[in-house]
Design a protein around this ligand. Structure first.
Ligand code: HSE
Length: 443
């Protein structure tokens, strides 16, 4: 049996999961791919630390450089997280012409373009299946399984923490802060939750998917991001009345000019955002609950398809890392020359449309003074901006000085919509900052 030796840098949750799954299924994996995968190093900060998964002392070490430079090491798995050290590990390994597997979405999002070029320069690959949606093999789907398609749309629930919080808020009618605190106590949410609840983690993943489908590396700063902190139980309740639920959706639309039908894929125009979105209850994404992730993909040949599963956790993420190790082993020995590169820069030019110019329908909630003429002032501002109203609710018998006013408005470019929203916020009758969410049609 041919053997490949793998150095895992980072012996935390995912590293432990990879070790454990290889112990359990190593023989099956070898029978499937023709390679025995041997872990020759697991690099950790403290080899004496007690770990949930027992890793034998003989493979544990503390010097990542020595593990990477070891002539016996064929493949490097970077699982340390963060940016600076992770980048050094990845680039040092690529310069040694060693394929690298990384689950580090923040690193790929920030430095993916440069790392991809470095891999290419040194004739090797950087694999990143585990960086998006944990155990869902979405990178492989986009790069291989859907190779026949121009992928036009992706709508993804790519952050389990946000999905868990929103699911609980919708079911139990409780506030964001309360559910977040509970999720932190249970270990479902990080003590520092910003990366998740402010949408940054979903932004990293959305950018990576957008890069694969469009063929140019999407700059992360070009993605519009809005987190879930503004969502109140009332928003979820009103959305429910109107036939929607609210999810944090990473949205990618890939277009090209009508005149450019044949070669348009060389000059893609992308619209990318991560924001709380009203999802019609009839849409399949509306029923993705709890910590689960899902990616809804439209291709011009395949039509619509959905990929669902666990977006995080030891075993789900290890499953994706091992799939990359097997691809790297096959590529390394070039016995099966069928594996497509994790990323190909096939676009000649690509642009991300400014969010100001992206058109969408919106839901608005205002806290307004309950007196005659309030609605007239609100609707005249919308009319001045040429924004139509498709529905409007003020709940009857609401107790208190102010009442919630909910409006669903027709399509408008974000720049126009946000000017109208600013003016609504300046009205004397509007008593707090207006809240808005995009309404997804997914058409
Ligand atoms: N923190 C992420 C989530 C998982 O909540 O989905 C890792 O990307």
């Amino acid at each position: 049996m041919r053997k490949v030796k793998v150095a895992i840098i980072g012996g935390g949750t995912v590293g432990g999961g990879v070790w454990q799954a290889l112990q359990k299924n190593g023989a099956l994996i070898a029978a499937r791919c023709g390679y025995e995968i041997e872990v020759n190093h697991v690099v950790v900060r403290d080899p004496a630390k007690k770990r949930p998964v027992r890793i034998p002392k003989r493979v544990l070490s503390t010097d990542w450089r020595a593990a990477v430079m070891d002539p016996q090491t064929d493949i490097v798995v970077e699982l340390v997280g963060g940016l600076e050290t992770a980048e050094e590990i990845v680039s040092t390994s690529l310069k040694q012409r060693k394929p690298v597997i990384s689950a580090n979405k923040a690193l790929l999002s920030a430095r993916g373009a440069a790392l991809w070029k470095l891999a290419r320069k040194h004739g090797t690959h950087l694999y990143f299946e585990a960086s998006v949606a944990g155990g869902i093999p979405i990178i492989k789907v986009l790069r291989e399984s859907l190779v026949a398609n121009r992928i036009t749309d992706i709508y993804a629930i790519a952050n389990g923490t946000c999905n868990y919080i929103l699911t609980k808020m919708a079911r139990e009618g409780r506030a964001f802060d309360e559910i977040l605190k509970e999720a932190q106590d249970l270990g479902y949410a990080e003590a520092e939750p910003s990366l998740d609840v402010d949408g940054l983690d979903a932004m990293h993943k959305t950018g990576i998917m957008g890069s694969i489908l469009s063929g140019f590396w999407v700059p992360e700063k070009s993605i519009f991001v809005k987190g879930i902190r503004d969502i109140s139980p009332m928003d979820l309740q009103f959305a429910d009345w109107l036939g929607y639920t609210i999810k944090l959706i990473g949205s990618i639309r890939c277009m090209h000019s009508e005149k450019d039908q044949k070669d348009g894929w060389k000059r893609p125009v992308l619209e990318l955002s991560v924001e709380p979105t009203l999802v019609p209850k009839s849409h399949v994404l509306a029923s993705v609950d709890g910590v689960f992730n899902a990616v809804f993909v439209k291709g011009d040949v395949v039509g619509e398809s959905l990929y669902y599963g666990r977006g995080a956790g030891q075993d789900a993420t290890a499953s994706s890392v091992i799939s990359d190790i097997v691809d790297a082993a096959c590529d390394l020995h070039q016995e099966y020359e069928y594996t497509l590169a994790p990323f190909e820069a096939f676009a000649e030019s690509g642009v991300v449309r400014s969010h100001a110019d992206c058109v969408a329908n919106y839901f608005i909630r205002l806290e307004a003074t309950n007196r005659p003429g309030t609605m007239a002032q609100v609707t005249s501002i919308l009319a001045e901006h040429q924004i139509g109203i498709s529905s409007c609710i003020q709940p009857e018998n609401h107790v208190g000085e102010t009442v919630p006013l909910m409006l669903m408005v027709d399509q408008a470019p974000f720049s126009v919509f946000s000017r109208a929203l600013t003016q609504l916020g300046r009205l004397k009758v509007v008593r707090s900052r207006p809240v808005y969410f995009r309404v997804g049609s997914f058409e």
